[in-house]
Design a protein around this ligand. Structure first.
Ligand SMILES: Nc1ncnc2c1ncn2[C@@H]1O[C@H](COP(=O)(O)OP(=O)(O)OP(=O)(O)O)[C@@H](O)[C@H]1O
Ligand SMILES: Cc1cn([C@H]2C[C@H](O)[C@@H](COP(=O)(O)O)O2)c(=O)[nH]c1=O
Length: 209
């Protein structure tokens, strides 16, 4: 794989999707070189799994089932979209990846970061990001942002209590420490233009911006 794999991580409402949209606009002329995608989703089967996981009616979903579904969506997305693009030398920018599973299912759901990493090792088979941009924002602020959004649909995980989202933040702290060689922290509580500039400053170490 000759390409560059870049992932965006962070809590709800941190601004990952907003910045990815701005990057898509900025790099609109470079469609053959840069692939934008997301997890869970990005391809047909994984988008269907996304619908199952995030459906607000599926309140009975077991935590391990949830972890396995994210890992299954990840596997199919890697095989169909991410790995072929990296093999062609492309840059892949993905909204969320395995660190989300470690923070949300591993830590916040209480399954254990190592347990969730194990099932994901089977799914990803050694494919890890070159760099991860972590959008750092307190969960209260992120939840407040999404509650004000008129376009973003509320999903099952958004509906978890604040205590869950605080655990997600704590989980990410542990994950970021474990993978500090590839994780770059973005201060997400800044105006969008400044967040975008900080993101570009990091991306320019990996690609022409
Ligand atoms: N820097 C910012 N300052 C203020 N509001 C912002 C900023 N970045 C994004 N927002 C707003 O916050 C809301 C959530 O942003 P966005 O969807 O990009 O977050 P996200 O990290 O992708 O969230 P999620 O992972 O929950 O989907 C949107 O309404 C967006 O306009
Ligand atoms: C990949 C992944 C995601 N999640 C959670 C995080 C969010 O609550 C949703 C995805 O929604 P978004 O608007 O696209 O951010 O799913 C998770 O818990 N585990 C994962 O592996």
């Amino acid at each position: 794989m000759n390409g560059i794999f870049i992932t965006f991580e962070g809590p709800e409402g941190a601004g990952k999707t907003t910045i990815i949209q701005l990057l898509q606009e900025k790099f609109a002329q470079r469609k053959g070189e840069i692939v934008f995608t997301r997890e869970p989703g990005g391809i047909k089967i994984a988008e269907k799994i996304r619908e199952v996981i995030l459906n607000k009616e599926h309140t009975e979903m077991d935590a391990r089932t949830e972890a396995l579904l994210y890992a299954a969506a990840r596997r199919q997305h890697l095989i169909e979209k991410v790995i072929p693009a990296l093999d062609e030398g492309k840059i892949v920018i993905c909204d969320r990846f395995v660190d989300s599973s470690l923070a949300y299912q591993g830590f916040a759901r209480g399954i254990g970061i190592d347990n969730v990493y194990s099932i994901n090792e089977f799914a990803i088979n050694g494919v890890m990001p070159n760099v991860t941009l972590y959008f750092d924002l307190d969960p209260e602020k992120g939840l407040e942002r999404i509650s004000r959004s008129t376009i973003r649909e509320v999903n099952r995980l958004d509906l978890e209590k604040l205590a869950f989202h605080q655990k997600v933040q704590e989980g990410y702290r542990l994950v970021n420490e474990r993978f500090k060689d590839r994780v770059e922290i973005i201060q997400a509580d800044q105006p969008i233009e400044k967040v975008m500039q900080d993101v570009l400053d990091i991306l320019k170490k990996y690609m022409v911006v």
